[in-house]
Design a protein around this ligand. Sequence first.
Ligand code: ATP
Length: 612
Amino acid sequence: MLLLLLLPWGVVVVSQPLESRRPSRRLSLNVPGPELAPTVTLRRTFREFWPDTRGLRMLFVAGVIFAVLAALCEVAAIRLFGHITDQVLATKNLEQFWVPAFSWLGLAAVAGLASFAGAYVTALGGERFLLVLRDRVFAHLQTLAPDFSEKRRLGDLMARLTDDIQAIEELVGSGLVKAITTAASVVFFAGAAFFIRWDLALITMALVPAFLVVSKLFAGRFRTAAARERASNGAMNSVLEEGLANQPLVQAYNRQGAESRRLHREGRGWLRANMAQAWLSGLYGPAVQVIETVCLIIILGVGAWEIAAGRLTLGGLLAFAAYLALLYPAVQGLGELALVASEAGAGSDRVIEILRSKPVVTDAPGAVSAGTSSGRIRFDGVGFTYPGRSRAVLQDLSFTAEPGEVVVFTGASGAGKSTLAKLLLRFYDPDAGRILLDDVDLRDLTRESLRENVTILHQETLLFSGSVRDNIAYGRPDATLDEIVRAAEAAGVHGFATQLPQGYDTPVGQRGRLLSGGQRQRLAIARAILRDAPVLVLDEPMTGLDEITARQIMGPLRRLMAGRTTLLITHDLRHVPEGARTIVLEQPTRTDRVRLKRCGVHARPPRLSTPP
Ligand SMILES: Nc1ncnc2c1ncn2[C@@H]1O[C@H](COP(=O)(O)OP(=O)(O)OP(=O)(O)O)[C@@H](O)[C@H]1O
């Protein structure tokens, strides 16, 4: 049941399938599936992730030492078994029994303790490594512009942060411990067999080339099948995530059947990928078993011949067979590692793809802190085109918003109003011109200090699944309950929050779905009030609210805007505050040659809103 694989870093033996792998009915390695990320070698996987084991390596070393100790105890125990067979059973001399019997018991106790300790420290190291890996990839994701996640399927990203990372740990962390200890066991058991009868052991080793041939047939296919399984797992998770997150839409549009079919389709892709793996594992086991059986028959035949000729004792043959019986599972263990290595290789492609993605915006080497600014914003001839797009979204946009001033941006859908907010937060840098905060180019400021100065209220209210209180304090986690309540009162949250079953500690549900649209919006306003930044960006704050709710929101919004530089993005000029300046971002007029767009600052008097 063993099979040697030539891997970039040495020779590893593949054998029996992992127990969890299901039997197969057919092989379809050419299953049409999602695009696979480019292949990386195992060497590259180690180069990328081995540094993350810093601080944990002693745990892995301890795991190896304990496991090796347990294997040595087993070698010694089998030696005692041979001794008992020859000196007690064959001679019927019971006096020779007790010392080896108690020694055997002692060895079993030490082996048990060592193997427990080894498994424990290895698991501890592995789990901590997993934590470090996940933190690192997630932290890197956070440095990328939000568009990175928005352009990808959430479920697939989540699969990379969970399953793929786990597969990497099983190779680089606990997998490496297992590889070393299993290789050591192979050496011990094979060495002990050689010690008893080197010629007999050599005969059993003569069939190794047969394993090599079988391995060559399987290795590459294992890798491809694992890569397809990883990719289709991500696709299936995406459908699940989207279906559950959009459940109200699915049910309202009677699309339950369609969503179930979509999941079924992706599930079938996953099934095919798994079956390809199971087919390989299932086929490979019997192929190796045939070779192994040939080995055993040869040993028994030669052993019987040697015993008859008086050159081998029965105890010697039994001990020899026992070493081989332990050697094969050890070799199988190495084989399982080759499967794990295949999966980890596939997973690491996908994780490395994230880690190699560079943030479009970084802090300049000499970037300074913005401190607490007065809130003066100036766009100076700003032009911007999204990466990968040929059409400019903003062209030569210039305006100044003085501290405390409200500037309204309006214009057709797609004119670039929200893009303006993304530039102000430095999710992107403009291709032309510059944006200044208190006369300092945003590119000369650290992003963290810049964002401390700007609060944005998004078009779609973004809430976390924590409590009302957690959501208000999101931008200022150190805020006291008094400060939270004051912000809640100003935003009109206090009234409904105190009516909730657990008051401020009531969970708001996934994305705040247990609250109404107006309540969610007021909660976001309270969050912004508590954050108290000098610049405020309101991106369609009335979206989705009916007229009455919109009017109710106006009071809290006014309190929020008071004293802050406010960029108010809206289609709805009915709610524009008095005295506000209005800038209309215009749609390109000639759609056949739309490379440029005019941005007009309208000198017409601002529209007055008359909220009651
Ligand atoms: N991440 C992105 N990558 C590429 N293009 C984008 C991206 N985000 C927006 N766009 C494009 O940029 C243009 C401006 O988008 P933006 O969201 O700024 O418009 P808007 O004026 O806020 O529209 P609306 O009023 O409908 O919210 C649109 O054509 C949009 O398709």
